[in-house]
Design a protein around this ligand. Sequence first.
Ligand code: ATP
Ligand code: MN
Length: 465
Amino acid sequence: MLSKLRVRDLTSSTEHLGKQTVKGWAKTHRRSKNISFIELTDGSCVKGLQLVIEPGLASYAEVAAEVTTGSSIEVTGTLIESPARGQLVEFQVEEFALVGTADAESYPLQKKGHTLEFLREVLHLRSRSNTLGAVFRIRSRASLAIHQFFQEKDFIYVHTPIITTSDCEGAGEMFRVTTLDLQNVPVANGEVDFSQDFFKDEASLTVSGQLEAEIFALSHGNCYTFGPTFRSENSNTSRHLSEFWMIEPEMAFCDLEGDMALGDEFVKYVIADVLEHCAEDLAFLQEREWVEYDLVQTLQQVVDTKCEVLEYTKAIEILEKSGKNFEFPVEWGIDLQAEHEKYLTDEYVKGPVFVINYPKEIKAFYMRMNEDNKTVAAMDMLVPRLGEIIGGSQREERHDTLKERIKAAGMPLEPYWWYLELRKYGSVPHAGFGLGFERLLMYLTGMQNIRDVIPFPRHPGYAQF
Ligand code: ATP
Ligand code: MN
């Protein structure tokens, strides 16, 4: 087992001076006649522990030639205050054991930096790199902060299904789940006979847990989901994955105002928590060559700034008057493109902003119709540099209006029977939103490709490991 004290604990103060045993991996190994140095890492922090070894030490001398970058070792010795600059402590090795070798000729991660593209080809090793190591520690901490935020507010955590026979968004971007023999598919009336399939119906991986979360909002008041979602959209972009994690709170007796208030508080809470608990990792990421701005300051700015609210109609006016030559022309009714969002956040508001009340034609059927009969009570939270981070709405709680909206969207009513019934038995105004976890992580870490903030990315053409 790893010792209770990790490299992070040992190196962050002088509290643990004295006899210790440490296990981990050699990052670098420098040998000279009078003294040897090994930087030992164990995944607990970016910086390693400096091991200082007297080359004559028998347990070391026997194996020294085989201690290469990536090999695993166990050492016992004394943690002392370091006379060297730039580190509080160092470790004087008294007993050395080489646990596993890593052939220097073939081990892919040498001490020089690697490109992120290269690291994506070695997913089994990349979490050992400094950059990905930091990203995944932040991912873990942010996950905790998310649960903490909702649990402190007494939201119940719901596990919504991953396999489903209903297409939530009606977007047709679903992965099919089947046990049918693809060589011998049963056919009835010229079509695949799904009644012979495992679930006796067409089943898919979920694209959102929202509709099921609404069930729990109407039984428990406030709830949230935090789980994997799947989209087979063929978007090979730096912001889309085929498998990603989504956080979806849903609140009963809540309108769009309340929804925005929660979204604002939530994003600020998670960012503030990561700023507090992952300062060293953020400082490291800040130094990466692709982060051409002040990462920590940008995050702090979101925490400190009141999120403005802009009506969609007003946002369109602002864009029209901007004098900018957008690639996608602006007129009332369009869906905002990344360039439009960027202008609003980076140049107009200079901070995070909610855009609300979008035209009904560009939003989902379940969003509540406004009195103008043209717009729906939707809200997107846009943040500087990244654009949309949250998409949410007040839900249509009126049975007949909802039914009309499903029909108007050209969708069949039958699969939504239970969703409609929720509007017949104790319906209440309710609202919620979805936040893509990996999009938030890109924001938190400064990583520019979404494939670098999830341990095992899935995208068109790729689902290895
Ligand atoms: P986009 O326009 O970026 O494709 P969307 O409108 O399809 O987003 P929603 O259906 O509103 O997104 O999903 C809610 C949130 O889930 C989004 O705000 C985004 O953060 C995230 N998200 C959506 N699709 C993906 C994806 N393919 N990969 C990663 N995150 C995603
Ligand atoms: Mn999409």
